[in-house]
Design a protein around this ligand. Structure first.
Ligand code: S3P
Length: 191
């Protein structure tokens, strides 16, 4: 196909689509508390990549804690901040390992941001991981949607299939060592 024979709009669309499908980021998704941030930090330490976290970006942009945003402005507003964050990543971020808040998989341009890698585990495993953590109370407290375990389990059930639908790669992490998990992510050279 000769690009010069196409009309300008069509040519631009084709180039934009090709470029965005080539975006080289790892987009790490998964349920609250599964360890996306920990995985990102371990990955960065081992492979020297840059990492960012969507919740951290939102907190620094708004100068507010996620918990306070939920309390003061509500979940819908928080989701709009996630979409802003996704738009910025799409336009400005490359070659970066991005750990995402548990609901970030719903942004409308997720697949344009990079290779979507899902960390997967059962609800009980995730909950026990949080309970066993050194700063367990703080970890639960900072997550407004984890304030009641029963409700969190419902959210888990309602998202389970959708996480898998949007993922390019699914990694079950139950009882696996971190070094193996990050090796598996790296072996695909997604960045
Ligand atoms: C949320 C997950 C949280 C945070 C917010 C909402 C969710 O991030 O974005 O509390 O909807 O699952 P973590 O997945 O890092 O807990």
């Amino acid at each position: 196909m000769h690009l010069e024979n196409l009309d300008d709009d069509l040519r631009k669309l084709l180039i934009d689509t090709t470029l965005s499908s080539m975006k080289k980021n790892i987009i790490l998704i998964g349920f609250m508390g599964i360890g996306k941030g920990t995985t990102a930090r371990a990955y960065a330490e081992k492979y020297g990549s840059f990492i960012i976290d969507t919740d951290d970006l939102i907190e620094s942009k708004t100068n507010q804690k996620i918990k306070d945003i939920f309390e003061e402005k509500g979940e819908k507003y928080f989701r709009s901040l996630e979409q802003d964050c996704a738009n910025w990543i799409e336009s400005s971020v490359e070659h970066t390992f991005i750990s995402c808040g548990g609901g970030f998989y719903n942004v409308n341009n997720l697949k344009k941001l990079g290779t979507v890698v899902l960390l997967d585990a059962s609800y009980d495993w995730i909950y026990n991981r949080l309970l066993r953590a050194e700063n367990s109370r703080a970890k639960l407290k900072k997550r407004p949607l984890f304030s009641e375990p029963k409700k969190a389990k419902k959210i888990y059930k309602s998202r389970e299939k959708d996480y898998k639908k949007v993922a390019d790669v699914i990694i079950n992490i139950e009882n696996r060592e971190m070094k193996d998990i990050i090796k598996e992510i790296h072996s695909g050279s997604y960045i």
